[in-house]
Design a protein around this ligand. Structure first.
Ligand code: BTN
Length: 265
């Protein structure tokens, strides 16, 4: 379980996070940040979200005291058309922290290699199942970004809707993680990679993210928003975030609201 004092201690004197808003429970850390217009460089964190939100108006379920649900607010000087790099930055940072944490417990099976990856555009998968999701909200007028991160860490059960597609770090490794330490590892990765955004090294972020997708050349089933289920081979993912899928010799391009990848190769 997360503890206010441990978090304060771990982040003491860290200029990346200037304010900590800790709640035993709250509706949603993203909503709190938005509604209260909290300053940039803040962390909103809770042991339980009563109404966690996911992408595309979905809900984000997370068991009390067992997982990480938090939001970081940042000002990033980036053009509107470059905003997807915030998604790449956050997904790559969470991916790296999860990978290192799993490695650091001495878990040495195939898991520490290719089975942890980012699913286009920003889910974190372990052994093909979703272990973390990211919801970024923004006010582009003042370059203010709300980066919401949910990670299934020590949960071992999920609702019927999620059970086949969702996992946690504990399920995959049989190890109980210290949430405070994992939080610190994730924030350290976010802090380390933030320099690429500050220095406008957007190609660097894109390349790190793209490499962690491990999906180019894979054959996938996907669901088009029209309801059609299709099959094809992933040829590329552009810097603007479009995915290129080859189907019967034809290459089609989709943005992330247009299709949902079902299996990921
Ligand atoms: C998704 O995969 O759909 C994104 C899930 C994002 C969940 C996190 S948990 C912390 C923050 N607060 C929210 O209400 N949602 C995000």
């Amino acid at each position: 379980m997360l503890e206010r004092n441990s978090i304060s201690k771990l982040l003491e004197n860290n200029p990346f996070i200037n304010n900590i808003y800790f709640f035993d429970e709250i509706n949603s850390t993203n909503c709190y940040a938005k509604q209260n217009k909290i300053p940039p460089d803040s962390l909103v964190i809770t042991n339980f979200q009563k109404n966690g939100r996911g992408r595309f108006e979905r809900t984000w379920e997370s068991e009390k005291n067992n997982n990480l649900t938090f939001t970081i607010t940042k000002k990033v000087n980036i053009k509107h058309c470059e905003q997807n790099h915030i998604v790449y930055y956050a997904a790559y940072s969470v991916y790296s922290a999860v990978k290192h944490s799993i490695k650091s417990i001495g878990f040495n099976s195939k898991l520490s290699g290719s089975n942890i990856r980012i699913k286009w555009p920003n889910d974190i998968l372990i052994n093909q199942k979703k272990a973390a999701g990211i919801l970024i909200e923004s006010n582009p007028v003042d370059n203010y970004y709300i980066i919401g991160i949910g990670i299934n860490v020590n949960s071992i059960s999920f609702s019927n809707d999620l059970v086949n597609t969702t996992t946690s770090l504990q399920i995959e490794t049989k190890h109980l993680f210290n949430l405070n330490v994992l939080l610190f590892d994730i924030i350290s990765q976010l802090q380390k990679n933030f320099k690429y955004l500050e220095e406008h090294k957007l190609n660097k972020i894109y390349n790190l993210w793209k490499k962690s997708l491990k999906c180019i050349g894979n054959e996938v089933f996907y669901l088009h928003k029209s309801g059609e289920k299709k099959y094809g081979k992933i040829k590329d993912i552009s810097q603007s975030g479009n995915i290129f899928i080859e189907e019967n010799g034809l290459i089609k391009s989709f943005n992330n609201g247009e299709i949902k990848l079902i299996n990921y190769g």
